[in-house]
Ligand binder design. Sequence first.
Ligand code: NAP
Length: 248
Amino acid sequence: MPALEGKIALVTGGSRGIGSAIAHRLAVDGAQVVINYHSNETAANQVVEAIMQAGGQAVAKQADVADFDQASELIKSTQKEMGRLDILVNNAGTTRDNVIMLMKEEDWDVVLNTNLKSAWNCSKAAARIMMKQRSGRIINITSVAGISGNAGQSNYSASKAGLIGLTKSLAKEIGPRNVTVNAIAPGFIPTDLTNELLEQMQDRILEFTPLGRLGSAEDVATLAAFLASDDAGFITGQVIAVDGGMVL
Ligand code: NAP
């Protein structure tokens, strides 16, 4: 039997990049997947179609997860329509990079709300459901920038470091109800989010990556699928880097 057969999963920001790879992998492993997106309906529908064509089950759901009410409704309606919620992947994220002298207040607010508050919003609603079920998996997509910092990303790094604190606190809080909470910290993965940066910095990034290659969204998805599975039932509160050794 596939590892996630019968499980209901929700991936925020599942329409593109790492989120779409995670959605695909969870579906291949047998989960029914809800693909949340913000504005790119076409991309979300393409992910759904690709999953269905491969024999999996998926639906797309629009919501701005940075908004408390929309995020709560997304989680509640998922549970209502699918009957339960077993796996929440808090993946939605964005960047507004600049040195602090030039960074606007709005750049801070948008990035903190999209990357950190969204995860708190969704986790709060999901925790209620998962604690009642006495089982669940929450997986937060943080970043190596949240571990080691990055010049020009004070907003992004702070949001990702905040996700690590959220992960550890929630792991302690809801572990007694058999809900695990872990974080994945990808290194540089080619997606819409990083294309520009990678064009400028690829050689330097590879220089600091012992495994000597860039990662792929599938590298991240493999770990997400493991953390979502029953095999990972005694792992909680951990931050696992998928970065080819970059932050060693
Ligand atoms: P991406 O290709 O830009 O995709 C971002 C996704 O987030 C899209 O599906 C987007 O939806 C969704 N999204 C953005 N704001 C949202 C909101 N308010 N509500 C709901 N969905 C929202 O980015 P990515 O590279 O795959 O990154 C995914 C996650 O991995 C992010 O948290 C990022 O910080 C993290 N990460 C990425 C890297 C990397 O190198 N790529 C490294 C470390 C960590 P729409 O399609 O509707 O716009």
